[in-house]
Structure formats: structure tokens, C-alpha cells
Design a protein around this ligand. Structure first.
Ligand SMILES: CC(C)(COP(=O)(O)OP(=O)(O)OC[C@H]1O[C@@H](n2cnc3c(N)ncnc32)[C@H](O)[C@@H]1OP(=O)(O)O)[C@@H](O)C(=O)NCCC(=O)NCCS
Length: 145
């Protein structure tokens, strides 16, 4: 699929919010992403087909570490390689910024995301028991860059 990946702007917040609301059991409010846009450690990339935003990736680059906070593809556009492309884009940007490590947490039951991360080279290093508000465990996954 022909997608264009670019840094998000304030004009993209509504579309990010819609995707967020469709993608997570406890979606973050729009204001979280608004703050991320002005957080100097944070980046949000959006993926577009034509003029429509179909996915985003919110991550931090701090010192030598890339940390993925939230990546989501609109349900209508999943399984077309967009998540994989956004992840690869962030890893490449982190490499350019001098990062050597990528980290993230993911719900133990989130098999699509775990598969996407594993395909990108992430490995589970440990489990954070009952990490989420509903007591689901988090898997901590790392990849070297
Ligand atoms: C996880 C998510 C971002 C994947 O986005 P996507 O654009 O559909 O992902 P891709 O099409 O690039 O898939 C990349 C790889 O992930 C794996 N994958 C993705 N969805 C999968 C599914 N439903 N079942 C199994 N594997 C899956 C596959 O290995 C896939 O590669 P393949 O299609 O070549 O086999 C998407 O399912 C989503 O938005 N989920 C809700 C939000 C979320 O849980 N985010 C992650 C936690 S922060």
C-alpha cells in the first residue's frame, strides 16, 4: 500500500484521536497527543493514503533509547503493512538519532501487536505482572537498533 509517513501537526490531532478511540480499551484523550506534539523528547508520525490519515505512531527518543508509546492503524486499514512501515520508520529515525535500543510494553493478550513487534525484531525480556488497570500483564519487549 502506498503510504506517506510524516511528522504529525496540530491539524492531525482529530484524526489521531479517532484512530485512538477505535484502537484501545482505554483510549488516551486528545490532550495527551496535544502535549506530545510539544514534548521535545516525543514524536508522533502519521501515515496517510492520499489525504487521509490511517495510522499513527507516538514514540520517545531519549538518550540512546527509542520507546514506543502508542502505535495504531485504523481498523479499516489493518493488515496492509502500515503498522510495520510506521515501526520501521521510527526505528530508522532512532538509529539516525544515535539510539541503540528500542523498548515497549504490550498487553499479554494483544497478539496482533506482539506479532508485529516480533516481526520487527523485538523480543520479550520480562513480564510486568498486572501492569494495566484491568490487571492484564504487560510484556516488556526490546530490540537492538
Ligand atoms: C497492532 C497494529 C498497530 C498492527 O497494525 P497493522 O497496520 O494492521 O499491521 P501490519 O499490517 O503492518 O502487520 C505487521 C505484522 O504484524 C502482524 N500482525 C498484524 N496484525 C495481526 C493480526 N491481526 N494477527 C496476527 N498477526 C498480525 C503480522 O506479523 C504482520 O505481518 P504480515 O501481515 O506480513 O504477516 C493494529 O492491529 C492496531 O492498531 N491495533 C490496535 C492498537 C494496538 O494494539 N497497538 C499496539 C499496542 S501500543
Amino acid at each position: 500500500m502506498d503510504v506517506l509517513i510524516a511528522p504529525a501537526t496540530v491539524a492531525d490531532l482529530d484524526a489521531i484521536d479517532v484512530i485512538e478511540q477505535h484502537s484501545f480499551p482505554r483510549p488516551w484523550p486528545r490532550s495527551t497527543f496535544e502535549r506530545e506534539l510539544i514534548n521535545e523528547n516525543a514524536r508522533i508520525d502519521v501515515a496517510r493514503i492520499a489525504d487521509t490519515i490511517i495510522a499513527f505512531n507516538n514514540y520517545w527518543i531519549v538518550a540512546h533509547e527509542l520507546h514506543i508509546l502508542a502505535i495504531a492503524t485504523h481498523p479499516d486499514h489493518r493488515r496492509h503493512g502500515v503498522g510495520r512501515q510506521l515501526l520501521a520508520h521510527a526505528i530508522a529515525a532512532a538509529g539516525v538519532a544515535g539510539c541503540t535500543l528500542a523498548t515497549l510494553e504490550v498487553r499479554r493478550g494483544n497478539l496482533p501487536a506482539i506479532a508485529m513487534y516480533a516481526r520487527a525484531g523485538f523480543k520479550v525480556t520480562h513480564v510486568r505482572a498486572r501492569y494495566y488497570h484491568d490487571d492484564e500483564d504487560a510484556l516488556v519487549m526490546l530490540a537492538t537498533i
